[in-house]
Design a protein around this ligand. Structure first.
Ligand code: PRP
Length: 183
């Protein structure tokens, strides 16, 4: 992976990954995905809210005949996601994914609790295939192993915002990824 350029910011901290780096990497991921899924519709399932920006760019970069866009929302019981995996679906799919190629689109994988829950849930619906594409991966934080097919950037254990990722619902609109409070 290429080295992220460091830049100063008055607002949300130093840039970890520039928008140019993101766009280049998203293009590479889209090319790989298009090469891996040659036939039939590909269902991209965006997990709200954080993945909406990545989904928008990835889907537009995907050069293949049929790309379907679907959304799900997940929340944890209480305020914390815990190792007990106590998460629940607050918005489910509108479509039947049985026999379909399904790609879960995430902005970040941290503990792995959300994706562990989600993949188990979706597997029960018997898709033809089920895989995960995440822009960011923080493997140091993992408490549940998750098999991820496409990773944009592996990052250290720092609190990042921008490009869909928030802190208290702010900063999702930034076009680059920044370390909150970073110098
Ligand atoms: C983030 C991210 C994943 C989840 C990953 O969502 O979009 O869904 O956390 O964390 P995990 O690997 O520890 O389970 P978040 O809860 O921040 O909600 P948001 O996407 O609405 O910001």
């Amino acid at each position: 992976m290429e080295q992220a350029k460091i830049a100063a910011s008055a607002d949300a901290g130093r840039v970890l990954i520039t928008s140019e780096q993101i766009q280049r990497r998203v293009g590479e991921m889209a090319a790989q995905i298009a090469a891996d899924y040659l036939d039939g519709p590909l269902y991209l399932i965006s997990i709200l809210k954080g993945s909406f920006v990545f989904l928008a760019d990835l889907s537009r970069a995907l050069k293949r005949p049929s790309v379907r866009i679907e959304f799900m929302a997940i929340s944890s019981y209480g305020n914390e996601k815990t190792s007990s995996g106590q998460v629940k679906v607050t918005r489910d799919l509108d479509v039947n994914i049985e026999g379909k190629d399904v790609l879960i689109v995430e902005d970040i994988i941290d503990s792995g609790v959300t994706l562990t829950y989600l993949t188990r849930l979706l597997e029960q619906r018997h898709p033809k295939s089920l895989a995960i594409a995440t822009l960011l991966d923080k493997p140091e934080r993992r408490i549940r192993p998750v098999e991820v097919k496409y990773v944009g950037f592996t990052i250290p254990d720092e609190f990042v915002v921008g490009y869909g990722l928030d802190f208290a619902e702010d900063y999702r609109n930034l076009s680059d990824i920044r370390v909150l409070g970073g110098q």
